[in-house]
Design a protein around this ligand. Structure first.
Ligand code: FAD
Length: 465
């Protein structure tokens, strides 16, 4: 029999958007059900943020073991057992997935395995293999995430891989070709380049990492080239042919048709929202023609008891953005006045060096007609950076000219991913350059670079003339 199960809030998808929304809704006293057709933790935990960072840090360990000449360390015969790297990666994922399952249980959230489909704006059908169950709900949160775009001329196969396939390789390929110099292409291509793969990146635009400032992308390109990578910009990938043990990629650059051979082709050209197979047409939820769900400042869709968060709505496709929206949606359902403010959402590229940005960069400030000051301080003038032998990079602070309010920051360099947190806080708390300059930073630390950039903004730097 299929008696409908009643619940207060049903969450579809258990990625960083969905599971966080479910927990916050439960904390606020709701009866919560979360539906997941795949693995708990979504893309981020299983085939995204986490496994990619495990691979990147293993590659970095390998690289630094073989390249610490400046410190007098000479390691010989450093080898990689790539199956153990994969085991390490899988272990990290497993631990975190188990952690999220425990959190859902601990918060008394009912987790249902299956694929959810809207019947109407208060009813959801969940199908699992050959069973089906109907749920009725007061509110729903759509957190179904996104999947890699598949180009008709580059169908995924054993040799033509999306990010999931690229993360699962069993050996370090000799040669890899990547279509797309975006964050995922640069991170995953770069990880294998650290392990010694010869990398070629084909990018259609005139630079990699669109949206990040030139000074940042230049540093990443310099490092990739040091690893023997080739970056071909304004390159139009045309087709791929699978050979016996590899691929032959044809592309057009500088008006000429070229070919490129590699063991694998990674196609990393963006992701599309999973909004096409969940019955949204049954409820009349407004979407763009690319399937992006429209929401208001509280993550409410055009149907007032249905919310949407994460990769299915507009904005950067980032895990922490999904989680942030998840909390807002759950709080809105509980009647709280929470609203989205995107200014403080950081974006990080785990390249070498790391890139991190929050708030406005110079181009965006200019575009909005904001009168700003850009103040920069280099890693090379910082004691800790020198002692780490990591002198590539800078902190750039964007402050509002009239009052010194911090409105943005860009960091390139070692640990930029962690350093950006201070600047996110500065924006969130409405701090000025003076506040940052007056904050005592421990010596010798990379954090002092931020303090010095604030001093530069004030015109009173100590460690630069
Ligand atoms: P997802 O994580 O995509 O989860 C959606 C879930 O919904 C999935 O588990 C799916 O199975 C489930 N689902 C879909 N349809 C249904 C249905 N009908 N019924 C039931 N369940 C359904 N972001 C960062 O911030 N930092 C990073 O370092 C980073 N690295 C990345 C690296 C890679 C290789 C990739 C691919 C992505 C990376 N991202 C990173 C992006 C990040 O993974 C996404 O932004 C994030 O996962 C989006 O979260 P979400 O909750 O919206 O959806």
């Amino acid at each position: 029999g299929d008696f409908p199960i009643e619940t207060d809030t049903i969450v579809i998808g258990s990625g960083p958007g969905g599971y966080v929304a479910a927990i916050r809704a439960a904390q606020l006293g709701q009866k919560v059900t979360i539906v997941e057709k795949g693995e708990v933790g979504g893309v981020c935990l299983n085939v995204g943020c986490i496994p990619s960072k495990a691979l990147i840090s293993a590659g970095h360990r390998y690289e630094t073991a073989t390249e610490s000449d400046a410190m007098g360390i000479k390691a010989e015969n450093v080898t990689v057992d790539f199956s153990k790297v994969q085991d390490f990666k899988a272990g990290v994922v497993k631990k975190l997935v188990g952690g999220v399952q425990g959190l859902l249980k601990g918060n008394k959230i009912e987790t249902v395995k299956g694929e959810a489909y809207f019947v109407d704006s208060n009813t959801l059908r969940v199908m699992d293999d050959n069973s089906a169950q109907t749920y009725t709900f007061k509110n729903a949160i759509i957190a179904t995430g996104s999947r890699p775009i598949e180009l008709p001329t580059f169908k995924y196969s054993k040799r033509v891989l999306n990010s999931t396939g690229a993360l699962a390789l069993e050996e370090i390929p000799e040669k890899i070709a990547v279509i797309g110099g975006g964050v995922i292409g640069i991170e995953l291509g770069g990880a294998y380049a650290s392990f010694g793969s010869k990398l070629t990146i084909l990018e259609g635009a005139d630079d990699i990492l669109l949206g990040f400032e030139k000074q940042m992308t230049t540093l990443v390109k310099k490092n990739l080239k040091k690893k023997g990578a080739e970056i071909i910009t304004k390159a139009q990938a045309k087709g791929v042919e699978e050979t016996e043990n590899g691929v032959k990629v044809t592309y057009e650059a500088k008006g000429k048709e070229e070919t490129l051979e590699a063991d694998y082709l990674f196609v990393m050209v963006g992701r599309r929202p999973n909004t096409d197979e969940i019955g949204l047409e049954q409820v009349g939820i407004k979407m763009s023609d690319k399937g992006v769900i429209e929401i208001d400042k509280q993550c409410r869709t055009s149907v007032s008891n249905i919310y949407a968060i994460g990769d299915v709505v507009s904005g950067p496709q980032l895990a922490h953005k999904a989680s942030y929206e998840g909390k807002i949606a759950a709080e809105a359902i509980a009647g709280k006045p929470s609203e989205i403010d995107y200014l403080g959402i950081p974006a990080v590229v785990f390249a070498n060096p790391e890139l991190a940005t929050v708030g406005y960069n110079e181009a965006q400030a200019k575009e909005e007609g904001i009168e700003y000051t850009a103040a920069k301080f280099p890693f090379a003038a910082n004691g800790r950076a020198l002692a780490l032998d990591s002198t590539d990079g800078y902190v750039k602070l964007i402050t509002r000219k009239e009052d010194g309010l911090v409105i943005g920051a860009q960091i390139a360099g070692a640990n930029a991913s962690d350093m950006i947190a201070e600047l996110g806080l500065a924006i969130e708390a409405g701090m000025t350059a003076e506040d940052l300059a007056m904050t005592i930073h421990a010596h010798p630390t990379l954090g002092e670079i931020t303090m010095e950039a604030a001093e530069v903004a004030l015109g009173t730097p100590i460690h630069i003339v």
